[in-house]
Design a protein around this ligand. Structure first.
Ligand SMILES: Nc1nc2c(ncn2[C@@H]2O[C@H](COP(=O)(O)OP(=O)(O)OP(=O)(O)O)[C@@H](O)[C@H]2O)c(=O)[nH]1
Ligand SMILES: [Mg+2]
Length: 237
């Protein structure tokens, strides 16, 4: 019998200092049918070249090089579509900067026995976010309250980009029609999943601050994200 395929999708922009170590940790997890899909937006620091070298040595590593406009949301949409095309039965998405630790993936996947979209959560009992400066943590709490209230999401950590989807859940959110160019894709998918009656479930994770490379979240992207959430709340998805 062929193993169920699990694709771990990692969007990257300038993650040359993290990506090889992350891929090695992911491949070392004992998860049946695991593949790693890196979705890169022409990172100037050579992230894609590192992944391409690894992919030539290891068939479980895949690289999607994006052309056209860049963005965490656009990369996420293309990554979801590619994961489905690869035949994934389960799709995990995570950041490349080790804020999302591979050791939590088994718990996310185990959650798929009980739910359709499993969220790695800093904000439920057992989860934590102790490593980042207080101001960043407050921002996360405020952004979460905003998205939760506006979109009526029954989820504490709506901003978490560490999640697992069943194939059915991912097909249900229709990735090809997702509209967010930036990180608000996280809210857009939750909103659609919720409206479609999918079971959303949170499992606790320990979130750690990035140690290498630079954050891409700046004020402009943050503001654009808030605006997108507002748009979804007003006009739907
Ligand atoms: N393909 C692609 N990936 C992106 C883009 N922007 C961010 N990413 C990736 O998305 C993930 C999250 O980005 P981060 O910069 O860590 O943002 P963040 O976690 O909200 O901010 P920090 O907590 O400061 O790290 C990382 O893996 C990034 O490399 C983009 O425009 N295109
Ligand atoms: Mg990060």
């Amino acid at each position: 019998m062929r193993a169920r395929k699990t694709v771990v999708m990692v969007p990257t922009y300038d993650e040359a200092q993290n990506i090889e170590a992350l891929i090695r940790e992911l491949l070392a997890l004992r998860i049946e049918g695991l593949e790693v899909l890196v979705v890169d937006d022409r990172s100037p620091d050579g992230t894609a070249e590192i992944v391409s070298r690894l992919a030539a040595l290891e068939s479980r590593v895949k690289l999607l090089r994006r052309e056209g406009p860049k963005g965490r949301g656009l990369a996420g949409r293309d990554g979801y579509l590619k994961a489905l095309e690869l035949g994934a039965e389960r799709v995990v998405e995570m950041d490349a900067d080790f804020s999302h630790q591979p050791k939590h993936i088994p718990a996310l996947l185990a959650g798929l026995e009980r739910g359709d979209l499993i969220i790695g959560s800093r904000l439920i009992v057992g989860g934590s976010d102790r490593d980042r400066p207080l101001a960043r943590r407050w921002l996360t709490v405020a952004a979460n309250a905003y998205a939760r209230l506006l979109l009526g999401l029954p989820v504490e950590d709506t901003n978490s980009g560490f999640r697992a989807f069943s194939r059915k859940a991912l097909e249900t959110v229709s990735p090809q029609t997702l509209r967010s160019a930036g990180p608000a894709i996280l809210h857009e998918t939750l909103y659609r999943a919720r409206r479609a009656g999918l079971r959303l479930l949170e499992v606790p994770i320990e979130f750690v601050d990035r140690k290498k490379g630079e954050s891409k979240l700046d004020l402009r992207r943050l503001a654009a994200g808030y605006l997108t959430v507002l748009k979804i709340a007003i006009i739907g998805d």
